[in-house]
Write a protein that binds this ligand. Sequence first.
Ligand SMILES: [Zn+2]
Length: 165
Amino acid sequence: MKQPEFIVDGMGGNIAKKLRIMGFDTEFWLDASDDFLINKSTHEHRLLITRDKGLFSRISKSSKNGLLLSDDDETKNLVFILESCNIKHINHVPNLDTRCTVCNGILRKLNKTMLSNPIPERVYKNITKFYQCSKCLKVYWEGTHIENVNKLIDNINRLLRSKVD
Ligand SMILES: [Zn+2]
């Protein structure tokens, strides 16, 4: 099954980052006009995620390809988005589809001897798996941040399962 693709408006920066790291192609625009977002969503078949009721009602009238976030809780919002796309499970990260949280680029594995950006020495000594964004070249490694995201994913998977039962 083809993975859904998203476009997130300026109010959803954290949601966009989480969707990218989970492996979803996600466009994020901080200051885009409603017309721009609707156009891009329509032409690229991206589900438009917004907290803006006006924008949501416009996209609902044209393509129906919108999702209105009404909760303040990030976990609940993510569960709502994934459920709407009929997704029952998210793989731990980094997974094969994980994208750069900054630019949505695809990550590739990196041998640590090939690291060119300076990284903290303790990280270099203790971490074996590194990834680099193929677009903006940001380097990622499996540290506390990744562990926290995977805890969030466990929680999300539990909630997704409980809705099915
Ligand atoms: Zn990047």
